[in-house]
Design a protein around this ligand. Structure first.
Ligand code: PGA
Length: 262
């Protein structure tokens, strides 16, 4: 596993890059992209996960079998089964071979009413059912303008980790994604990213103690092949969560190479 490879010898997170394909691609196109990535990504040097739409998971898992490229779900329900029409349960995903699940993406929060309380329930369910949550946090533009970024992301982390019965499994990934930077071509300056990551890191220290130092904090929001190197060099950044640019094998591979170089 990711931690098995890095935490034993060092507490520094290993670089991690995640491609969030969102509501794009057909099953055949998703499988083709996954196959192209297996050949192009520097998987010996960094960890990478790809997050296809639910109906493409089987084809993508089959395409990456035997490679270290991991598969993530973009969302899930917090209950393990039941009468929840249209929802997908964590045990179903882990039984398929899905390793990660994105939780609390700003599109889920803003377009589908996902609250901090729901994010917390999903984080707990992911852990209980063997999925590693990729917890997304980030401020809106108005909050940034009022200087509230650190306070907002710290509160989102506290809420996401507020499960009253957390199991001791540390495997967790955080993604700092300013809402105003997602899909806009705009990005924060390095000092803003480092400040936000510092606020998140302080919360992880409180919650996990020294062991939390191995939890990667990714930056997300308009990461492209052109911007990746500068964004990934910001102190405190351990990788990237990539949306639009993850749909092109060449662009995503270039981002992964930039992450490996950091
Ligand atoms: P973007 O999306 O890279 O297209 O800005 C990032 C995300 O939503 O995770």
């Amino acid at each position: 596993s990711r931690l098995g490879r890095c935490a034993v010898t060092s507490n520094e997170p290993r670089p991690f890059v995640v491609g969030n394909w969102k509501m794009n691609l057909t099953e055949a196109a998703a499988a083709a992209l996954a196959r192209a990535l297996v050949d192009r990504l520097p998987l010996d040097r960094i960890d990478v996960a790809i997050a296809p739409p639910f109906p493409c998971l089987r084809a993508v898992i089959d395409a990456v079998t035997g490679s270290p490229l991991a598969v993530a779900a973009q969302n899930m329900h917090w209950e393990p089964q039941g009468a929840f029409t249209g929802e997908v349960a964590a045990p179903l995903l882990s039984a398929m071979g899905v390793r990660y699940v994105i939780v609390g993406h700003s599109e889920r929060r803003n377009l589908f009413g996902e609250t901090d309380a729901i994010v917390c329930k999903k984080v707990g369910a992911a852990r209980r059912h063997g999925l590693i949550p990729i917890i997304c946090v980030g401020e809106h533009e108005g909050e940034r303008d009022r200087g509230r970024t650190r306070e907002i992301v710290a509160a989102q982390i506290r809420a996401a980790l507020a499960d009253p019965a957390p199991d001791p499994v540390l495997e967790t990934v955080i993604a700092y994604e300013p809402v105003w930077a997602i899909g806009t071509g705009r990005t924060p300056v390095a000092t803003e990213i480092t400040a936000a990551h510092g606020a998140i890191r302080a919360e992880l220290d409180l919650y996990f103690g020294a062991a939390g130092a191995s939890i990667p904090i990714l930056y997300g929001g308009s990461v492209t092949a052109a911007t990746a190197a500068a964004l990934l060099r910001a102190p405190g950044v351990n990788g990237a969560l990539v949306g639009g640019a993850s749909l092109d094998a060449g662009s995503f591979a270039a981002i992964a190479v930039a992450a490996a170089a950091c």
